[in-house]
Design a protein around this ligand. Structure first.
Ligand SMILES: [Zn+2]
Ligand SMILES: [Zn+2]
Length: 168
């Protein structure tokens, strides 16, 4: 787990702290599938800005996830550039002005990074944007073998119609 000891920050209002922190990313469950971060450890840019009213935290890193394609279950690789922000008010009146990742003097960078990656995911993770998926009839991968099953319709009259259509 990567965490940051906030006592290391000796910032006065208007000052900035910049650092590079190594973040260990965790495997992610998404749409019933498991996605692995590759590499697991990334160098993140960590920036803290102190103001009179509170402290702003920023975290930037590139994340790459490997896992199954939503449509064809083949290998998919997803690159997600992460830019996350958190804010901790000096005198927090309500929870919205505080970050859930700080407890005591500790900022839980791992948990923050994990949530930031989850929030940055698209609706569907695909091997490629135009993935054709699996055939609903025979289950073959339509990217490798584009095909239809119309000609295999049981009724011979349909087959005759298909033949006519093919001739046109
Ligand atoms: Zn696919
Ligand atoms: Zn098929």
């Amino acid at each position: 787990m990567t965490s940051f000891d906030l006592r290391r920050l000796k910032l006065r209002s208007g000052e900035e702290y910049r650092d590079e922190v190594e973040v260990e990313l965790q495997p992610l469950e998404f749409g019933g599938q498991r996605y692995l971060p590759v590499p697991e450890k990334v160098d993140a840019e960590f920036v803290v800005n102190r103001a009179t009213t509170g402290t702003a935290f920023r975290l930037r890193f590139p994340a790459r996830l490997h896992g199954p394609c939503y449509r064809c279950l083949g290998d998919a690789v997803l690159e997600v550039p992460i830019r996350a922000r958190e804010y901790q008010a000096e005198t927090p009146e309500d929870e919205q002005m505080t970050t859930p990742y700080i407890s005591g003097n500790n900022l839980d960078v791992s948990a923050w990074a994990r949530d930031a990656v989850a929030l940055a995911l698209p609706d569907k993770i695909l091997c490629r944007p135009d993935c054709a998926g699996l055939c609903g009839v025979c289950g073959k991968n339509l990217n490798d073998e584009p095909h239809t099953h119309a000609e295999e319709h049981g009724d011979p009259r349909w087959a005759a119609l298909e033949a006519l259509r093919d001739e046109r």
